[in-house]
Design a protein around this ligand. Structure first.
Ligand code: 4AD
Ligand code: MG
Length: 478
């Protein structure tokens, strides 16, 4: 094919009066004269001016919304408002027709719910173009942050036989005949005959394997898909989501918090500097959406403002116990406004409590530490009080929990004791315990839910809109 120039580069350049070729999809065609062409490099369209006197009638008719075109011509300063340059069309080829009657995307505003049903086409809207470019910048930023610090990117398995993490319900992986599986004498399914010779699942987290890597490479991180079969129909949960899990030998919880806070701020800064146009568009989008809400439900900050705010301010760090005291004394708790009232120490925090702390009380991101052991995983390091563990959750405005992590229990006898208390089979987990037997050391790590980060940075309201093809209960389309 002819060499093409990206529309983003044409619009960003100071040059004009040169010949080039562009390829993209028609957004609109006005007055048989002005084509708005988009190639996904930016939300800005390139205006192409065609001379309808010289163009064949049949070709003009085929320039419809959604059609794919290749156009060659001259880039000149634009006469009209709204764009710096435009192209004077000299040669136009229709690469792919698009029947305007049947094409579901019309040049008008569609609801996000409708666009979710046509997720295979929603990339072609300004909103989803912007979201996916920001998502791309954020994934690159994750790698850049860790790579520049000497971390090793570790690929942990997607299929796993361990279900020790206890992070959530698992999806099973099996090739046995569902209608007639081999059975043991007691009637249970005989997984010895299954593909792996044992029951296997899709992973809920790569942490345990990342810990094995960290015990030799010192600093590792994973970035891959994880799966949870919880029936959580919320705007914050997916059944398949991407998680970043760094694990670092010789780090304690303070180092862990610094690493996580630094990562979040770096990612936000990268998006602000590389996706300024997309974020300005999403800021506007959110502002319009906010206008539809009653006054008392509107957020105090716009998108760009809140990104700036998070990037420039220190996160508040406090213990679970301190947070419970604040929540217990809070107005919504006293006025019985919480769906889950906060009374006794030891209760798990609900997202209404997390959001109260972040959005109303501190008005900035919060890192909660030292949770009761009973509401956290077995591998978290026990504190001297014997009641709390060295856990940390990072809570973000509008999102709630964005990061969960801890310093790990590196002392073999305490880890074994905790596993027995929680009925986790120590024999089966010999490989995990081996790291504590052979050269154990203090170490810490965390998991960042990638889609929750994209949700925050794009200001979108539903996690199903920040991953191209969301998986959630009763939906695995595309
Ligand atoms: O808090 P979680 O369950 O922690 C772990 O899995 C640890 N193994 C992490 C570690 O220490 N290495 O999950 C970590 C993060 C959450 O804070 C949240 O951002 C995200 O993963 N997350 C989800 N995101 C989307 N949909 C879901 N169903 C999610 N569940 C957790
Ligand atoms: Mg968690």
């Amino acid at each position: 094919m002819a060499k093409r120039t990206k529309i983003k580069d044409i619009l960003a350049s100071e040059q004009h009066d040169y010949q080039t070729t562009v390829m993209g999809w028609v957004r609109t065609f006005r007055n048989n004269q002005f084509i708005a062409l988009n190639d996904g490099s930016t939300n800005a369209n390139l205006q192409i001016v065609v001379d309808f006197n010289t163009m064949e009638e049949a070709t003009l008719k085929r320039i419809t919304t959604g059609a794919a075109l290749s156009i060659s011509g001259k880039i000149v300063p634009s006469q009209g408002k709204g764009q710096k340059y435009e192209m004077i069309c000299e040669q136009l080829e229709i690469l792919g027709d698009c029947d305007a009657e049947k094409f579901p995307l019309q040049p008008k505003k569609h609801s996000l719910e409708f666009l979710r049903e046509i997720a295979h086409l929603r990339f072609r809207t300004n909103t989803f173009g912007a979201i996916n470019r920001v998502r791309n910048t954020l994934s690159y930023a994750i790698h850049e942050y860790f790579q520049s610090r000497g971390f090793v990117y570790l690929h942990t398995p997607v299929i796993t036989a361990s279900d020790a993490e206890g992070a959530g319900q698992m999806f099973s992986v099996s090739i046995l005949d569902k209608n007639n599986p081999p059975r043991n004498e007691d009637g249970s399914i005989n997984y010895k005959e299954d593909f792996f010779g044992r029951a296997t699942n899709l992973t809920v987290s790569g942490q345990l394997e990342a810990e094995l890597g960290a015990m030799a490479l010192s600093e590792v991180y994973t970035f891959g898909p994880t799966f949870r079969a919880e029936n959580s129909n919320t705007t914050r949960h997916l059944a398949e989501f991407w998680m970043i899990e760094p694990e670092v030998a010789f780090n304690d919880l303070n180092d862990n918090m610094d690493l996580a806070e630094g990562l979040l701020k770096f990612c936000i800064e990268q998006a602000m500097s590389k996706n300024a146009d997309d974020l300005a568009f999403l800021d506007q989008r959110l502002a319009e959406e906010e206008k539809q809400k009653p006054m008392n439900e509107r957020s105090e900050m716009g998108l760009l403002e809140s990104l700036q705010f998070v990037a420039n301010n220190e996160f508040v760090r406090l213990t679970y116990t301190e947070a419970i005291d604040i929540l217990r004394e809070s107005t919504p708790n006293k006025k019985k406004k919480f769906a889950y009232p906060v009374d006794a120490w030891g209760v798990d925090l609900q997202s209404e409590h997390e959001r109260y702390l972040v959005e109303k009380h501190f008005k900035r991101p919060v890192i909660l530490t030292d949770y009761p052991k009973d509401i956290k995983a077995f591998y978290m390091r026990m504190n001297v009080d014997g009641k709390t563990v060295r856990a940390m959750d990072i809570l973000f405005p509008g999102i709630g929990e964005i990061v969960g992590g801890s310093q790990r229990e590196e002392r073999l006898h305490l880890l074994e004791q905790r596993m027995e208390e929680m009925h986790i089979p120590t024999e089966e987990m010999y490989w995990y315990l081996d790291t504590r037997r052979f050269g154990t050391c203090p170490h810490a790590g965390f998991g960042l839910g990638f889609e929750r980060l994209v949700l925050f940075v794009t200001g979108m309201g539903n996690i199903r809109d920040v991953i191209p093809f969301p998986r959630y209960p009763k939906n695995a389309a595309f």
